[in-house]
Design a protein around this ligand. Structure first.
Ligand SMILES: Nc1ncnc2c1ncn2[C@@H]1O[C@H](COP(=O)(O)OP(=O)(O)O)[C@@H](O)[C@H]1O
Ligand SMILES: O=P(O)(O)OC[C@H]1O[C@](O)(COP(=O)(O)O)[C@@H](O)[C@@H]1O
Length: 304
């Protein structure tokens, strides 16, 4: 079983309008509330790949109720801890350009944290836990790290999608895969890359620090997979990118969902690349037919 963890999910309030005039009253053409959060996006793609999964995290208040309603409507199995504070609303303004205001998130009490950790007692050998997205401000900064011994003790694997020191701190627990984009990878090593070779050397260091596999995504420029024995490259699929939200989550989901079935990192990378592109080419998170349509374009080649 795969469990996705979204500790700080959101209702994304997507406002569409032709242009924003700052300092004036602007009226939108269209707006909608969409269940958001990186782990939830992963669950959504796993469902499209027909991989059993359960979404975990914290939800509360009227926004939390709406979020769970939408997940149920999309047949995303979920078992969130209900909190007394209110799930955040993230504002996404889609005008001439896309702007986002992501809220900090609710207060989560010690009792609610205990209830969440109790969920982890369901974990069994071979399960995979995908940890992604920001932490609510009331959670300890090393919250993810606190969960790792419990996950490993159960014989389960984990995947983590976070950045900076929080990511580096988890590597000694041997994540199954991490997926920094090339900017995040450069930030991790406080550098800029003059060549792909330099980038691969940094990715390789993450393996030495404990990661089992490292995928480096580069949006429309494709991606790399670095494993202990092999380096792989895939060009990005060609298409019109209409959405930057969730491409990375989709790539992670494609990798994990395929790995759980095949244990083949290169094949998992191929499906991950297709899921990322399919989401980039659609307004929402991609569905199966969109992933299948992109897949023939993805060729994974081994590089020396
Ligand atoms: N414009 C694009 N064209 C084709 N594929 C894309 C595009 N943007 C994203 N992708 C696919 O999605 C993956 C993840 O996208 P990326 O933007 O690098 O991740 P993140 O959202 O984590 O920054 C890429 O490796 C690629 O496979
Ligand atoms: O947890 P964070 O980093 O605040 O991000 C939450 C946001 O992540 C998303 O799931 C997707 O964001 P990305 O654009 O970074 O892929 C949104 O739906 C949500 O509002």
């Amino acid at each position: 079983m795969i469990y996705t963890v979204t500790v700080n999910p959101a209702l994304d309030y997507v406002i569409q309008l032709k242009q924003v005039n700052r300092g004036e009253v602007n009226r939108s053409d269209n707006c909608s509330f969409l269940a958001g959060g990186k782990g939830i996006n992963v669950s959504q793609i796993l469902n499209q790949l027909d991989i059993d999964n359960t979404a975990w995290g914290f939800v509360g208040g009227f926004t939390g109720k709406e979020l769970v309603r939408q997940l149920n409507q999309r047949h995303i199995v979920n078992d969130f801890v209900t909190i007394s504070d209110v799930t955040r609303v993230n504002v996404k303004v889609h005008a001439e350009e896309e702007s986002e205001i992501n809220a900090a998130g609710p207060n989560i009490t010690d009792q609610e944290i205990i209830a969440f950790k109790a969920r982890l007692s369901d974990l069994q050998k071979g399960d995979i836990v995908v940890l992604s997205g920001s932490l609510a401000p009331s959670l300890p900064v090393d919250f993810y790290k606190e969960l790792l011994p419990i996950i490993k003790e159960a014989g389960a694997e984990f995947v983590i999608d976070t950045t900076g020191q929080a990511l580096l701190d988890t590597l000694s627990y041997k994540p199954l895969v991490i997926k920094p984009n090339h900017h995040e990878l450069a930030d991790l090593f406080k550098t800029t890359f003059e060549s792909d070779q330099e980038m691969l050397e940094c990715a390789r260091k993450l393996l030495d620090m404990g990661a089992q596999n490292v995928m480096v995504s580069m949006a429309g420029k494709g991606g790399y997979l670095i494993t202990p024995k092999h380096f792989y490259h895939a060009k990005a699929a060609v298409g019109t990118a209409v959405n930057s939200v969730g491409a990375g989550d989709s790539m992670t989901a494609g990798f994990v969902g395929t790995y759980v079935k095949t244990k083949d990192p290169a094949e998992s990378f191929r499906i991950g690349m297709a899921c990322g592109a399919a989401t980039a080419f659609t307004k929402d998170i991609a569905v199966k037919s969109q992933i299948d349509a992109v897949l023939p374009q993805i060729n994974v080649e081994e590089i020396s």
